[in-house]
Structures are given as C-alpha cells and as structure tokens.
Design a protein around this ligand. Structure first.
Ligand SMILES: [Zn+2]
Ligand SMILES: [Zn+2]
Length: 330
C-alpha cells in the first residue's frame, strides 16, 4: 500500500464509526453544474454528510479548489467522473491533479489500463449509473474490473428520488450477488446524488463504516461493502446477523457452523415503510413499519438456506428509501 497517494484533505472524524457521504459531486466546473465548491460544502453539511468526493467530468480537481474547504468533520476526497464513449465511471481517491483518460469506448481495449491506474493509486472504480437513459450513459464495459456499482444515482430522478433506471441497476446487482457471493467476487452497491443543481447533494448517499474519517479508511469501507444507501440523513438503518454469540454487520461474514442465524433490522425515519429481506433465493420476508417510521424486525435462517441476506426499505409507493449491502452467511 506504499503507493497510496491521497490528497491533503484528511480528517479524523469520530474514530471508528458510520459516516455519511456522497461520492458523485459536480461543481460549476462540470457541464450542467451550477454550484461553487463553497456552496456544495455548505449544502453537504446541511444534508448531514461527513464526506464528499468531487467528480468533475473528464478533469481532475483544480488545484486550490477544495483543500481549504476540508475540515476535521468534513472529508473531501478527490476523484473524476470518467465519461467515456460507452459509459461513465467514478475514479475515487485520486491524487491532486491526477487525470484518468476518458477518450475511448468499449471497443478500444483501454479500460483495463485505466482501472489499473486508479487501483495502483489506492483508489476505487465505481460503475456509475449503469442504465442511464441517454447516449453514452449506459455502461457497456464488462463489470469485472469495477469495485463497486452505483445502483442508486439521483440525477435523472430529481422529481422522485428513485426511478426505473435505478430499479434495473438494483435488479442486475441483486442477480450478480447470487453468482458472485459464493466465489467471494461480489461487488458492493453504493448510492450517490450526482448533484449538478441546488439542493440535490446527499439524495441519495452512502453510509459507510470506516475506522476513521480519512480517504483511505472510507474507501476501504466502501470496497468491503460495509455500507448501506439512504435517501436522506433522516433515515437510519441498523442491520445485523448473529449466531453462536457472534455478530456480523453489513458487508461482513458470519460463520454459523450450520446453526440458526438470527437477522435483525432496525429502521428509523421512514413512515409506513415496507422492509423486505432478500437472499440468493430472492425475497424471503417482508414486513411493514408503523406510521411513526420506526421499527425492529427479526427473521431467522441458516447458512444452508441463505448464502447472504440484505434488506430493502421502500415507501408505500414502491420508492426505495434505503437498501443495504449483504451480510455473508457461511
Ligand atoms: Zn455520468
Ligand atoms: Zn455525474
């Protein structure tokens, strides 16, 4: 890990804790963006975020743009939205001024060396809005080189926080888990606003368990899938599985030695929501929350029956309010 080259925007935060962040952020330096970095940081704090990643289209963060806005309680990671001819991806955790080439399509055979460039820098490659409904928006590269998939992108759903393109991305991702969890090659999900305009930042965002509020620790939490996605900071989800006095959280592995596994979800901030539990056998359990939006649910299984378990929380109209990465059962 000696090649780590993170920018001087480190914060320590609250130590090992859950941190909320939006890793797909455009300022007015991106086409269609209207907010200054200063305005974005003010709005990020107001949205309850602990970190953001700057991801301008086809360009590195300009020197002197972001560093002075970072603080002990707000981490600013540097990145780029690599907008190629056949899909967009996020390079997160780049060094200051580092640019990733974007001028190619799937037929040019250049994607692997670009993904390698980010990985060598200790960064993370995120498949962005894989089903965005506009030319070059749909991601056509093979998924194998990406670390994470953005199953929830807020940009093309400004009137509603969830839309059909996100639903398709979620369905694809859920299907991939069934094949990839047993081989250990599963790819965590994340959610980002893709903010361009006033008031969009943080809808949705990713809540990450990190050892500290630093680029390295936050990216490690995202890479491991120790994260879940929230439509806003009003939403809180706790999701664990336990067996034989062991307990595992989102993105962790629980060894149950064939015994019963108790899965618990506690949800707050989503009135009359429905919580559904999903495994490699599809949806296995569903329960409604009360009108005050708070509730605790429990469901039992065994590793023989469920290779993993994850939850989705939806509003009565079917819109997703929160979803988690899986807990792996062995
Ligand atoms: Zn994009
Ligand atoms: Zn974008």
């Amino acid at each position: 890990m000696s090649t780590m080259n993170f920018p001087p925007t480190r914060a320590v935060g609250r130590g090992a804790a859950w941190y909320r962040g939006d890793c797909h952020v455009h300022s007015l330096r991106s086409t269609g963006g209207e907010l200054t970095p200063e305005q974005l940081v003010i709005q990020a704090r107001a949205a309850g975020l602990d970190f953001i990643a700057t991801t301008e289209h086809r360009s590195a963060a300009a020197p002197g743009t972001w560093g002075h806005l970072a603080a002990d309680d707000l981490l600013i990671m540097l990145g780029e939205e690599v907008t190629t001819k056949t899909g967009h991806w996020l390079a997160l955790g780049l060094g200051p001024g580092e640019l990733v080439d974007w001028d190619y399509g799937v037929q040019d055979g250049l994607i692997d060396q670009c993904l390698d460039q980010v990985h060598r820098a200790g960064g993370l490659c995120v498949a962005a809005h894989p089903h965005a409904p506009y030319p070059s928006g749909e991601l056509l590269f093979p998924m194998h080189g990406f670390d994470v998939v953005e199953v929830w992108n807020g940009l093309w759903s400004s009137d509603l926080p969830w839309n059909a393109d996100n639903e398709t991305a979620l369905t694809d991702w859920a299907r991939s888990l069934t094949a990839d969890v047993p081989t250990g090659s599963w790819r965590p999900a994340m959610g980002n606003s893709d903010v361009h305009l006033d008031g969009q930042i943080g809808t949705p965002h990713t809540v990450v368990f990190a050892e500290e509020l630093s680029t390295e620790a936050v990216l490690a939490g995202i890479r491991a899938g120790r994260s879940w996605i929230a439509e806003s900071a009003d939403v809180d989800v706790s999701f664990t599985a336990s067996a034989n006095d062991r307990i595992a959280g989102v993105g962790e592995r629980l060894a149950s030695r064939g015994g019963q596994v108790t899965v618990r979800a506690a949800v707050r901030g989503i009135p009359t929501a429905t919580v559904s539990f999903h495994t490699d056998r599809g949806e296995v359990h569903r329960s409604a929350l009360s009108s005050d939006g708070a509730g605790a649910l429990q469901w039992n299984t065994k590793a023989d029956d469920s290779a993993f378990v994850r939850i989705e929380v939806r509003h009565p109209n079917g819109q997703v309010a929160a979803l988690t990465n899986p807990i792996i059962l062995t």
